[in-house]
Design a protein. Sequence first.
Length: 126
Amino acid sequence: MIEKLSQVDRKSELAEAFNYSLNRWESLCRYTQDGRLSIDNNIAERSVRGVGVGRKNYLFFGSDSGGERAAIIYSLIESCKLNHIDPQRYLHYVLERIADHPVNRIEELLPWNVAASVQTVIPEAA
């Protein structure tokens, strides 16, 4: 690629493709040496898809505090998924207990702390 790059117009699409590959050469080599690595970021893209789908709805939160609350909910839902917890079951579990739970121990109700107590099966559609 380095040799051919000197033979093509610097502004051509082929030169752009060569430069793109050469600028990421270390990562490309790492990908070819480790079979666990994915060549694209589709897994990450799918994990934030729900946030992207609702993007236009965010205009209607009404205030900065509404947006902050939505961010908290999204964070909890994604934390549930990372801990293999069905988010709906987690919320049900927490809402049943939160009224009697000491406020200074609220971290005990975070997803990673209750994973063993909540059924840890995520529906396939999640």
